[in-house]
Design a protein around this ligand. Structure first.
Ligand code: C2O
Ligand code: CU
Length: 461
């Protein structure tokens, strides 16, 4: 296995990040976008071509940018050799558009098309990704940013920068390791971890910034399983949003590092006065992600913009519907007995299924929902992690408040999120108001864990 620090040492090339390629826009009721999924050969490392799957032939896929309150229509075509669908991560969406193969829609077959059309009720930093065998499809490149601007933009386009980060597993001589997709070792341990981090598909891109200007950096973790460790204080970044949901005011993080789990987002405001580097700091030596170069000085005195918050129904925990989820399994974890596809299995029999994790003793999607709730009811969801592993738990179609977390750092002020991290032996309580009717997933966003048992669903009627 290539060590990612050594790999890094091999490149001295700086590539300019610039602005992500956008999509042509046709105006008329809904903004229209075309997305085509298909195979492509692209370099992830130097000139070595990897076999990837991409939207519109680029990884990450094109940035979809629209405004809060608008409708978008995405004409999707599947040119892959396997079925797929697209999920719009973090959007409070109509259920039929949520893009979950096998739950909210039939997967789109090779050569077929599907039209996604929905409203964008909240501004913020979101993303879209494949949602059929995501461990494989997302891991090969099927994802892109979805940016919903405020009704009146707070940062202009030059000062609003998307940084979508992915953790690739390369093998010599620097190509995507496709043989290890589906490795049961990954599924029962920490998921598919890579050895090479790219931002906007590039190694260590350079941002040219004007000193004294305020910039919004939208960081998205598109990794299959890597929890990124970042320290915004090292470069003077203040937090303005978690998972796309703006905070009432920007905050300086009182702790380090900030853990950005798979699928999570953090928006930072940076007013640079000198060159800086954004780094992933988990290793013994930091891994540089992005270089900010101060190029010129602001001509105008800047006030730092503040971002209007979204109005999300406030959970009322008195009389809430209480739901408890006990997470178990994984390597070194023990099971008593587990139900998988409606059958009770023990020990070896369970292991032979390739499943490795369970919620409340049930591995993966069951026929019946975990719970049902009426629209407008508050759900108080208590998740108890009895595994020896960290997980990134995502509720589809809803934003929740993180009410309490035992153990580790709590993000300030009961923030709204759509994905939360939970460490071993931790318990986390989140609450949300049941929104649109339909079938919604609750799963671990470490995509190997989701495939190996950590997926359940609930129904809003
Ligand atoms: Cu971002 Cu079910 O996923
Ligand atoms: Cu997990």
């Amino acid at each position: 296995m290539i060590d990612r620090r050594n790999f890094l040492a091999g490149t001295g090339v700086l590539v300019s990040a610039g602005v992500l390629p956008g999509l042509a826009v046709a105006k008329a009721g809904a903004q229209e976008f075309d997305l085509i999924a298909g195979p492509v050969r692209r370099a992830l490392y130097e000139q070595q071509l990897s076999d990837l799957w991409a939207y519109n032939d680029i990884v990450p896929g094109p940035e979809i940018r629209a405004r809060k309150g608008e409708r978008i229509r995405v004409n999707f075509r599947n040119n892959l050799e396997e079925p797929t669908s697209i999920h719009w991560h973090g959007i409070r969406i109509e259920n039929a558009m949520d893009g979950v193969s096998g739950l909210t829609q039939e997967p789109v077959q090779p050569g077929d098309s599907f039209i996604y059309e929905f409203e964008l009720p909240d501004s913020g930093t979101y993303w879209y990704h494949a949602h059929n065998k995501s461990w494989n499809e997302v891991g090969r490149g099927l994802y892109g940013p979805l940016i919903v601007e405020e009704r009146i933009s707070t940062f202009d386009r030059d000062h609003d920068i998307t940084l979508i980060i992915d953790d690739w597993r390369l093998r010599q001589p620097g190509v995507l390791d496709t043989d290890s997709f589906g490795s049961l070792m990954d599924w029962s341990h920490g998921g598919r971890l890579g050895n090479w981090l790219l931002v906007n598909g590039k190694s260590r891109p350079v941002l040219k910034l004007r000193g004294g200007d305020a910039y919004r950096l939208r960081l998205i973790n598109a990794s299959n399983a890597r929890v990124l460790e970042l320290d915004p204080n090292r470069f003077g970044g203040k937090v303005i949003a978690y998972d796309g949901k703006a905070l009432p005011e920007s905050v300086v993080l009182p702790y380090s590092p900030h853990l950005l789990g798979p699928a999570q987002r953090i928006d930072l405001m940076v007013v640079p006065d000198a060159d800086f580097t954004i780094e992933e700091i988990s290793g013994d030596q930091p891994f540089p992600l992005v270089d900010g170069i101060v190029d010129g000085i602001s001509r105008t005195a800047q006030s730092t913009p503040s971002i209007p918050v979204n109005l999300i129904p406030e959970p009322d925990v008195t009389g809430a519907r209480k739901v408890k989820v006990v997470m178990e399994g994984g390597a070194m974890g023990g099971f008593v007995d587990i139900t998988y596809k409606g059958k009770r299995l023990e020990g070896e029999d369970f292991r032979k299924t390739g499943q490795s994790w369970a919620f409340n003793g049930i591995a993966n999607l069951a026929e019946a929902p975990l719970f049902t709730v009426r629209r407008g009811e508050t759900v108080l969801l208590e998740t108890i992690n009895q595994t020896g592993w960290v997980h990134a738990m995502h509720v589809h179609g809803h934003h929740f408040r993180v009410l309490s977390r035992s153990g580790a750092d709590v993000d300030d002020g009961k923030p709204w999120r759509d994905t939360f991290l939970i460490g071993p032996e931790q318990t986390t309580e989140v609450a949300f108001v049941a929104g649109n009717p339909g079938k919604w997933l609750y799963h671990c966003h470490m995509l190997e864990h989701a495939a190996a048992g950590m997926t359940t669903w609930f129904e809003v009627s």
